[in-house]
Design a binder for this molecule. Sequence first.
Ligand code: SF4
Length: 452
Amino acid sequence: MNVAIVSTYELGRQSFAVGSAAAWLTGAGANVRCLDLAIQKLDAGTIKWADVVCFSVPMHTATRIALRMAQRVREVNPDAHLCFFGLYAAVNEPLFRSIGAGTVLGGEFEPGLVAMLNRLRDDPTAPQRDAPLSLDRLQFRVPDRHGLPGLPQYAYITTADGRRRITGYTETTRGCKHLCRHCPVVPVYGGRFFAISADVVLADIEQQVAAGAEHITFGDPDFFNGPGHARRIVEALHDRWPTLSYDVTIKVEHLVRQQELLPVLRDTGCAMITSAVESIDERVLEILDKRHTREEFELVVQSTRQLGLPLNPTFVTFTPWTTAEGYVELLETLANLDLIENVSPIQYGIRLLIPSGSRLLELPETQAVIEPFDPFALVYPWNHPDPRMDELHQSVLTIIQEDQQREAPRRETCERIWRTATRLTGTSGSRPKLREGFGYPAVPQLSEPWYC
Ligand code: SF4
């Protein structure tokens, strides 16, 4: 059986999920070809060749593109069996079925892919009988990345010394043990996470180093969900590849509680820690159930700075509960903490997404502002109760786009946004004190700075 596995978008990374799907399907006897539409065109020859076309849907943007691309697949090869797998699959099952999906697999999807293969071999018209969501623990396999474009074609990191490093991507866990209300992992994993064995992770890194990787992004939702596991992996990584750098994502709460592990990260080549701070407004943090405070964020800024570990804080800057004063205060706080060089400008324009199954829907505060689910946008749209904030959001996005095109320094973008925010919202504030040049320590930058 011929299977095409299609990645539509994964933050500019070479997908672990697609490689894992390829390994499982090849192991089950399928002929597999991969397409990464972030880099390649939807190749009609591959689509015509395929008996089954599987779309990887690990995130919101990827899912929206996959829905569009599935229509094109239908036009090119109306007989192909359509499958959607990954984090966004099960929660959007009705939508995928409505466009003709024969198989939908969320959570730990790999055995479901093999079951699909066996089912279609027996009877190409047999419907899916297994549940669209599986949280059965599995023995992960080393992703088969041979069919994907080479690493130099993917997003890269520019380290503090100004060097571009070819960047690979892997994961040490799936899911998350936390229940933040706005997070798309929660409706699927419900507070569970699964460790990927160190042997598999290290073998995956090894093949990427052989393919040229000089830096690895660990894409776990939270690298410190299993701190012992994380420690074993980074120590082994550094032993085997002492010049290989890496970056990780760790929540504020873990950075506070696991402070003794931060020197281990520094000493094993960690170039940057991304942390989803989301807000400095205690009410917003409470609504999102982030389980950290503004004070703890500031503590993390200090502790990582003292250790020389660059912090890449991310935010959900526009929520229905963000006030005009709060937005301006965030900019001023980041400037006062000397963090402007650490924050990618796109972070000033991130707007809360409320997807299907979001825990935010439990709250009357959410019900008060949302509209019916939009199946094209894949979210419950919302308008801010203060119309100035929606106007500000549009203006901020325009500034970010303009400044990105002219490659403006981050401090200039921050200052433009601050001026616009104070003018549009009639908020007074003290102009952020923006230092020239890089903050301390100098900050690496990912060429694809999105986080969600
Ligand atoms: S936001 Fe991060 S810490 Fe919270 S549930 Fe999601 S992945 Fe876990």
